[in-house]
Design a protein around this ligand. Structure first.
Ligand SMILES: Nc1ncnc2c1ncn2[C@@H]1O[C@H](COP(=O)(O)OP(=O)(O)O)[C@@H](O)[C@H]1O
Ligand SMILES: [Mg+2]
Length: 284
């Protein structure tokens, strides 16, 4: 005979950790966007945040290599109705939503497919506290749609003149077309503090003067030979070499981003934004 149980009130879990959606953007290829995506994600995961990394460089799938995984299913399977739990890969403490290497269909998608993609990613991301979106080089619409998912946009720039020019082009689109009033800047691959300051000062000056967008500098990442070594091994740097200079910089960036968010009044929260996107709308 079944034992009847007293009815229990539904338990509503209280989420104590902050939800963040971070897009790693910045114009030029090869400036370190994927490196930063992978290592920032692993850093947040190491701090106890349930973290999803989305490989938004849709045609390249670099993140598979950086995490040392070979996905059987990809984003395309998610888009065609495959269950998220089959597509996500758990590796080095994070979950990866992989792109499809060499996928023309994904790299050149039409508007309605792009909307479906953003919606699908947002739905998956609702189960996570941190979403890190790696993006491709350039200011293609795919990139901008993916960047628009984030409440925190990190623009990566190196001291090379071409990188600065591309970072500026990216800031322009973020300011003029996406209405962003503030982005974060990560100077990467720099040889000195002065070089990092120069990157930040140059972009901030131009952005304030011509774009009306604030560029908040985050801690810089030094040139570190351990970065390409970790990439070649397929193990994230912060996992394999947590004390290397670039690893320590990643941790400083994660802490600084959190400290800034803690000081601020919550605007449209990342959760509200994701919820709107998951329902098929666009965030305010
Ligand atoms: N701080 C750094 N020190 C040394 N090499 C770096 C650093 N950041 C990135 N790299 C190297 O630069 C190359 C491009 O990095 P990647 O993250 O793939 O750039 P992106 O995603 O912007 O194209 C890789 O070979 C990577 O190992
Ligand atoms: Mg990349």
């Amino acid at each position: 005979m079944p034992i009847s149980r007293p009815s229990m009130p539904a338990v509503v879990p209280i989420r104590t950790s902050r939800q963040r959606v971070i897009a790693i953007s910045g114009g030029k290829g090869g400036v370190g966007k994927s490196t930063i995506s992978v290592n920032l994600a692993c850093t947040y995961a190491g701090m106890g945040s349930r973290t999803l990394v989305f490989d938004g460089d849709l045609g390249m799938a670099d993140l598979n290599l950086l995490f040392g995984v070979a996905p059987e299913l990809t984003l395309l399977d998610l888009l065609t109705g495959g269950p998220a739990e089959d597509v996500l890969i758990e590796t080095h403490g994070i979950h990866l939503l992989p792109a499809l290497n060499g996928s023309y269909a994904l790299a050149n998608m039409e508007e309605h497919v792009r909307k479906r993609l953003v919606r699908a990613v947002a739905q998956v991301a609702m189960d996570f506290e941190t979403l890190v979106v790696d993006t491709a080089a350039g200011i293609h619409q795919n990139n901008m749609a993916l960047t628009a998912m984030a409440n925190e946009v990190l623009v990566v720039a190196t001291p090379e003149p071409l990188s600065l020019a591309d970072a500026y082009a990216c800031l322009k689109v973020l300011a003029k077309e996406m209405g962003k009033t503030r982005v974060f800047l990560v100077p990467n691959n720099v040889r000195s503090q002065d070089e990092a300051r120069a990157v930040a000062a140059q972009l901030d000056k131009l952005a304030r003067r011509f774009l009306g967008i604030e560029v908040v500098p985050l801690p810089h990442i030094p040139h570190d030979p351990a970065v390409p070594m970790a990439a070649a091994e397929g193990v994230p740097l912060v996992v394999s070499r947590p004390d290397s200079p670039a690893s320590r910089a990643m941790k400083r960036i994660a802490r600084e981003l959190d400290a800034i968010a803690m000081r601020e009044e919550p605007g449209t929260s990342a959760r509200d934004r994701l919820r709107a996107l998951a329902a098929g709308g666009m965030p305010a």
